[in-house]
Design a protein around this ligand. Structure first.
Ligand code: PDD
Length: 285
């Protein structure tokens, strides 16, 4: 069955959706995106994703294609038209189409707005039950990882390197410290049960799931420390896990071939996953 997608004001069958070859998203990766998960036909933390979209647009001086209310209406319409129960909505905004030039096009160039759905199970995922194997790779991305741009070539290469090494994902390392996963934020749990994750800066994406999980962890009386950690510290940790809109909280059971937490998903990651799912379902819209 063909999906209905959204392109610049129109709902179309996916095969009929068109974007110009001059679109700056295509030529320069000049665009930003958000991925929002859908559970029971409802959107998880939509307002968080809108806040980050606004920030990304602002940092790149991109024109907003629509108001938050209009974007919410498009998300809901796509969920309804595609009868999505569980899955994701991908939304991308680019600087629009203009003749190829490194300088930004003149003011008034219309940004491009594209959205599509991906139906897939998110609550019951095999990787959450089994846990992920990760490998470390150097972080070779640009220096503004706090902006959610569509330049995903290096994360894609990192993911392929993980597959080549028979792992599920890559943790990126810069100056000896883990920045984040290829498409998620990275955490460890220390011997004395402190949850450690890198502090926010331009070096990592400010995960919407990260913000929610740290808040719920603190409310549940768990100790949280925002600081950088090394791969060696992670290998010796009691537990490790990642968070993202698509993975929620997913345990990590192996790092560069070394078992973490005895090679089994740990109690802290499992508990945080349960809390995160319960709390976000209550707030889903
Ligand atoms: N990725 N770090 C990176 C590099 C990411 O690409 C993502 C999200 C995250 C987690 O952010 P959030 O909790 O807001 O999803 C961290 C999305 C899911 C993706 O590209 O598909």
């Amino acid at each position: 069955m063909s999906r209905t997608v959204y392109v610049n004001g129109q709902y179309l069958p996916e095969g009929d959706a068109k974007i110009s070859i001059f679109d700056r998203g295509f030529l320069f990766a000049d665009g930003v995106y958000e991925v929002t998960s859908v559970v029971g036909g409802k959107l998880i933390d939509f307002s968080g994703h809108m806040k980050r979209l606004r920030r990304s647009l602002g940092e790149l001086e991109l024109t907003s294609p629509a108001t938050d209310e209009e974007l919410l209406a498009i998300h809901r319409e796509l969920v309804a038209r595609n009868a999505v129960d569980e899955g994701m909505i991908y939304m991308q905004v680019t600087r629009g189409a203009a003749d190829r030039d490194f300088a930004f096009p003149p003011e008034g160039t219309r940004p491009s707005l594209v959205l599509f759905t991906q139906a897939k199970p998110v609550l019951q995922s095999a990787s959450a039950t089994r846990g992920l194997k990760v490998v470390s790779v150097p972080d070779l991305r640009w220096a503004r990882r706090d902006i959610k741009t569509v330049q995903l070539l290096y994360p894609s290469i990192a993911k392929m390197e993980a597959k080549r090494r028979e792992a599920d994902d890559a943790w990126m390392v810069e100056d000896g410290f883990v920045t984040e996963g290829s498409s998620n934020n990275a955490y460890i749990v220390t011997e004395d049960d402190v949850i450690v994750t890198r502090a926010l800066s331009q070096s990592i994406l400010h995960g919407i799931t990260r913000a929610a999980v740290l808040k719920y962890a603190a409310e549940a009386g768990m100790r949280v420390e925002e600081r950088a950690f090394t791969i060696e510290e992670a290998k010796a940790a009691k537990e490790a896990f990642v968070t993202s809109a698509s993975a929620f909280v997913t345990p990590v059971i192996e790092i560069d071939g070394a078992r973490v937490g005895g090679g089994q998903p740990g109690p802290v990651a499992r508990r945080l996953r349960d809390i995160y799912i319960a709390e976000s379902l209550e707030r889903a819209e």
